[in-house]
Design a protein around this ligand. Sequence first.
Ligand code: PLP
Length: 701
Amino acid sequence: MLSEAEEKRIPERIRGLVDLAHNLWWTWHPRARRLFRALDYQAWRESTHNPVLMLRLIQPARFVEASQDPEFLALYDEVMAEYQADLSRPSLDFPGPIAYFCAEFGVHVSLPIYAGGLGILAGDTLKEASDMALPMVGVGLVYSQGYVTQRIREDGWPEDVHQVLDHSAHPLQPVLTAQGRPLTLSIPAFDPPLKARVFQARIGRIPLFLLTTDVEENAPWDRAISQQLYTTDLEQRLKQEWVLGVGGMRALKEMGISPAVLHLNEGHPAFALLERIRQFMDEGLSFAQAIQRARETTIFTTHTPLPAGTDVFPFSLLDRYLTPYCQAHGLPREALLELGTHPKDPGAGFNMTVFALRLSRYVNGVSQKHAEVARKIWGGISFRGEEVNIEAITNGIHLFTWIEPLRVQRLLDKYLGSDWRESPDDPAVWERVEKIPDEELWAVHLERKEALISELAARARKRWQQGAPAANILAFGSLLDPHALTLGFARRFTAYKRPDLLLYDLERLRKLVTDPLRPVQIIFAGKAHPADIEGKRLIQKVFRLAKDPNFAGRIAFAEEYDQHLARFLVAGVDVWVNTPLPPLEASGTSGMKASVNGVPHLSILDGWWLEGYTGTNGWGFGEGEIPGDRNACDAGNLYRLLEDRVIPLYYERGPDGIPHGFVRMMKEAMKTVAPRFCTRRMLREYLEKFYKPAAVRTEVP
Ligand SMILES: *Cc1c(COP(=O)(O)O)cnc(C)c1O
C-alpha cells in the first residue's frame, strides 16, 4: 500500500489511480491496463505490471504531465467511470456472503501468494464472482516468504530462491478496527496465545481477506507459521491450516461478516468447520444441530486424485490444539476426531479430506473423470449412515484474464461484438469465430509468437547481465525461430506430469527438431516443489537437453514460470502439449488457456480433455488403462501424432502462405473450449447446484 505522502505526490485530478492500483480489477479490464501502460511504459515494465510499485517509481513531473494531457485524461475518465459503474452494480440477491476458503490465490503476479493450478483457479473464481456480482468473500493467508522462484544452475539444477514479501509493494491494505487500529485476532488453542492480522486485497467487487501471523506480538517460531506456502514441516503445516480455517472464520466474525455458505477449496481450510460449529453453538444450537447446520451450508471441492495427496495429521499432534480448543468451548473432542478418521485406516490420523467430506453436504470433483475417480477413492466415507455423494463440476478459466488482451481480445471484439464479454458461456456467440478471416487470425497469432520469443530473449539477456553461465543463455531460448512449429509444455515439474515423455526417444526427437524444412521447437517452463527432488531432477534432465548442441537451440527452458510468463506462453506457442499419467490430472486448466487463444491442445485424454476433445479441436491420445509399458506406448502415440498429423498440418500452406487447415483447428479450439470451460459456466453450476440450495438451509436448525 502507498503511504499518505506517496499518495500526495499524485495530482488531485488523477488521484483515483491510487484506488485503481489497489484493486486488481484493472488486471482484467484492458482499458485500465492501457491506462497504466500509458502512464509510464518503463515503470510498467520494470515493476512487472505492478501499479502499486509503479506509482512509487514514477517521478512527480510525470504525474503532473499526465494530469494535463487531454488524451490521458480522457482515458482516465473513461476507465474510472467503467470501474465505478462495475463496483456500484447491485449484488445478486442472496441470503448472505459465500465465504470461499483456499490456501492459495493466484490473482496476478503482483500478489505472489500462489504455487500453481489450485491458486490460479481460486483467483479466477473470485474474478468471475465479481463479474457475476455474486456476494463472495475470499479467505486465505499471506505468506511472508511464500514465493519460491527457481534459478537454474550451470549443471541444470533448479535452485530455490525464497522471495521476502514486502507488504507495502503489493496491492494489500491492512484491515482496521473502528478505532483505526490494525485488526488483531487471537487464534484459540495456542499457548502462549497466537495473534494474527488481516490484510485485504480487492478483486473487483470481491474482498479477499488474508491472514498473517508475522506480527511483533508473536514469538519468532509463531511468526513463521504463515511464512511458507505448503511448508513440509507437519506441525507447522497443521498450525497454518488452523490459522487459515479457525482464524479465517474468526476474522469474518470480527469484521461482522456472517457467511450464508462456506466453500472449502481443497482440504487445507477444513478446520473452518470447527469454528463454524462452535459459532452456531454460541448462537444456542446443540452440538448435533450445529453440525447439521454447518454441513447443510458447506461446499467442498476436492482436487486430488491421489489419497496420498491429502493432509493427514497424527492424532497426538492435532490433540495439542484440538484438546484445549474443545475444553475452552465445550466441544466433544472424541466426536470431532471421529469425523476426521478414515474407516479403512483408523490409525493413520486425522484426515482433512475425510473431515471435509463428512461435514459438507455438497461435494464435487473438478471434472467428470475426476469425480468418478474420487468416488472410488472416497467410497465408504459416510455421515450418519449415508454415503458421501461426490458430484462433478468441471473447472474453467476466467476468459478476460487468459485471452491475450492486446490483440486476441480486440479481434474478438471486432468479430464477436461485445456479446462475448456479456455472455462468455454462450456457444452461439462463439460460433462467430467463423467470421474471422484466416489471414487475420494467423497474423495475430504470429505476432503473439514473436512477442513470446522476444520476451524469452529479453529474459535471457537479463540473466546474461546478471552473470548466468554462458552455456545457459542458449538453453533459455535465445535462438528460437518464429517460423518453426513451436510446442509449449509448461506446468509444475513432478513425476506424474511426465515432462520428459517428449524426451522418451531422443533420436526420434532429434530428427523432429533438426528437420531442415519442417523443424519443431519446444519451449518448456515450470518449477518443482522445493521438496520434490524427483521433480527437480526432471527439470535438470530437460535443461541438459536444452544445452545440448545436438538439439541446435531448438529446445528451450524458461525459468520463473508464473502467471506472467504463463500468459505469454499460452498465447504464443503453436501447440500446447500435456502428457500426465492418467487418471492423475484431476482437471488441468492450462490447455483451456491455450485453446481459447487459438493454440490447439495435444494431450493425453484425461481430466477436462476427456470432455473437451471433439476430434477436430486439437489432438488426443492414450485414453484409460494401458497394459504393459505405459510410457513407451504413450510416447509412441505422441511422436506418431506429431509426425503424421501435427507437423504436416502446420506446414501445409496455401498459395497465400497461410496454413488454412491449421487455422481451422485454431478456430475449432476457440469455439468449442471458450463457452464450456470458462469460469462463467463453472460458477453458474456452483450457484445453481450448490450455493442456492445450501443458502436456503441457512435457516434450518
Ligand atoms: C494455469 C496455471 C497452472 C495450472 O496449469 P495445469 O494445466 O493445471 O497444470 C499452473 N501454474 C500457472 C502459473 C498457471 O498459469
